[in-house]
Design a protein around this ligand. Structure first.
Ligand code: CA2
Length: 156
C-alpha cells in the first residue's frame, strides 16, 4: 500500500469479550440450560477463533454493572470490536445500552440459551438495539460464531 492509500483495517486487532453476572458459574449448575462447559472453555474457543483471524481476544467477567460499563468505556479507541454476554443485565440495563451506543466498532450480543424461548421477562433485550447483531441459542458454538462475525465486520 502506498503512503496515499487509505486502509479500512482498524488500528487495533483486539476483540474484547465481556461476560456478565453469574457466568463465572457456568459448568457448575443448570447444565440443562447452559451446558457443562465452563466459561474458561468458552474463552478458549473464542481465543483460538480470534487467532485464526489474526485477532487477539481479551476476556473480562464481572458481576458488577458499573465494572462492565467501565470496561466498555475503556475499549473505545483501544479495541476493534466487542462481544458481550450481558447475562441478566441484557433485560434491563439501559446503562450498558448507553455505554455500548458510543463504542465505535462492531458489537455482538451473545447468549448461550435462546432467551426468546424462555420466560417472558427474558424476551426483551435493551442491549440488542445497539448491537450490530445478536447470536442466541447455540450454546458454546456461539463463541466461535461471534468471533467470526466480528472478524467479518472488521474486514468488510
Ligand atoms: O443465555 C445466556 O447466555 C444468558 O445471558 C444467561 C443469563 C440469563 O440471565 C440470560 O437471560 C441469558 C444467566 C447466566 C447465569 O449463568 C448461570 C450459570 C450456571 C449456574 C447459574 C447461572
Amino acid at each position: 500500500m502506498s503512503e496515499h492509500e487509505v486502509s479500512n483495517r482498524p488500528a487495533s486487532s483486539i476483540i474484547l469479550l465481556l461476560s456478565g453476572p453469574n457466568l463465572n458459574l457456568l459448568g457448575e449448575r443448570e447444565p440443562d440450560v447452559y451446558g457443562t462447559d465452563t466459561l474458561e472453555d468458552h474463552v478458549a474457543v473464542a481465543t483460538a477463533t480470534a487467532q485464526q483471524h489474526g485477532l487477539v481476544l481479551e476476556h473480562q467477567q464481572s458481576n458488577l454493572e458499573g465494572t462492565l460499563i467501565d470496561l466498555i468505556q475503556q475499549a473505545r479507541g483501544r479495541c476493534a470490536g466487542i462481544i458481550i454476554n450481558p447475562g441478566a443485565f441484557s433485560h434491563y440495563s439501559w446503562a450498558i445500552h448507553d455505554a455500548l451506543a458510543v463504542f465505535e466498532g462492531p458489537v455482538v450480543e451473545l447468549h448461550l440459551s435462546n432467551p426468546n424461548a424462555r420466560e417472558p421477562w427474558r424476551h426483551i433485550s435493551v442491549v440488542s438495539p445497539v448491537a450490530t447483531g445478536t447470536i442466541v441459542g447455540f450454546g458454546g458454538h456461539g463463541y466461535e460464531l461471534a468471533v467470526q462475525a466480528v472478524a467479518r465486520q472488521l474486514s468488510s
